[in-house]
Design a protein around this ligand. Structure first.
Ligand SMILES: Nc1nc2c(ncn2[C@@H]2O[C@H](COP(=O)(O)OP(=O)(O)OP(=O)(O)O)[C@@H](O)[C@H]2O)c(=O)[nH]1
Ligand SMILES: [Mg+2]
Length: 216
């Protein structure tokens, strides 16, 4: 009985996600569902990418948080359209919330839409939003075992960004162990080592992303 209820919720969400995708496609907006644990660097990555893609893609942002509008305020200083969603305790965004946020965005003026999901490596992986790509950030201070401990999140990722590589001298992060663990559950995901603090690796990430946006 319980299993059926969960299935119904997920399939209702799936239908709303497809509706979101149709709306995005009809407006030629390419959307990225950005997921990570709290503090891995989602907002920092959005800020770096906006700067890198200036003049190349018009960016919009949906910020998802349990509470507060701190990230939306930070991102709006870059002069891009931002909508904040507060989940009021919920551990993930869902397609219905995204549908509401899309109504508030000037979709005709956006080429690339970042959806910053709630900081959490579990629930966000289960809920489709209608985005074209799922991108996961794992920061090296979290350790190289994260793909083994949160397999679904890494399994669904189209790209995995390994952030905070500037901290490598102070940590015992094993790149090879991380890559092997990831490949064990997802051979397709692109891996981008980056630092949102120094900017290392951001060029390669941004140019891959721009290629995806231009492909539609
Ligand atoms: N050293 C270092 N610090 C970083 C890097 N990227 C982000 N940070 C710091 O990590 C902290 C969290 O970064 P955010 O970008 O806010 O992370 P987030 O994933 O958006 O966090 P939530 O929205 O709370 O889940 C901030 O203090 C950032 O300055 C990096 O590449 N290197
Ligand atoms: Mg954030």
């Amino acid at each position: 009985m319980e299993i059926k209820v969960v299935k119904d919720i997920l399939s209702a969400n799936e239908q709303l996600a497809e509706k979101n995708r149709r709306l995005l496609d009809s407006n030629k907006v390419f959307a990225v569902n950005l997921m990570s644990s709290p503090g891995a660097g989602k907002t920092s990555l959005i800020l770096q990418t906006i700067k890198k893609l200036k003049g190349k893609a018009r960016v919009g942002v949906i910020e998802g948080d349990v509470s507060s509008s701190l990230d939306a305020e930070t991102v709006s200083k870059e002069g891009v359209p931002v909508v904040q969603i507060n989940t009021d305790g919920g551990c993930h965004l869902d397609a219905n919330m995204i549908g509401g946020a899309l109504e508030k965005l000037p979709l005709g003026d956006i080429d690339l839409l970042f959806v910053e999901n709630v900081g959490n490596l579990i629930c966000p992986a289960e809920f489709a939003l209608g985005a074209h790509k799922k991108v996961v950030i794992s920061s090296i201070s979290e350790g190289h075992d994260k793909p083994l401990k949160y397999p679904l999140m890494f399994h669904v990722a189209d790209a995995v960004l390994v952030n905070k590589i500037d901290l490598a001298p102070y940590l015992n992060f094993d790149n090879e162990a991380f890559s092997q663990a990831l490949k064990g559950m997802n051979r397709e995901a692109k891996i981008f080592p980056i630092s949102c603090t120094t900017g290392e690796g951001i060029e390669r990430w941004a140019s891959w992303l721009l290629t995806q946006v231009n492909r539609g």
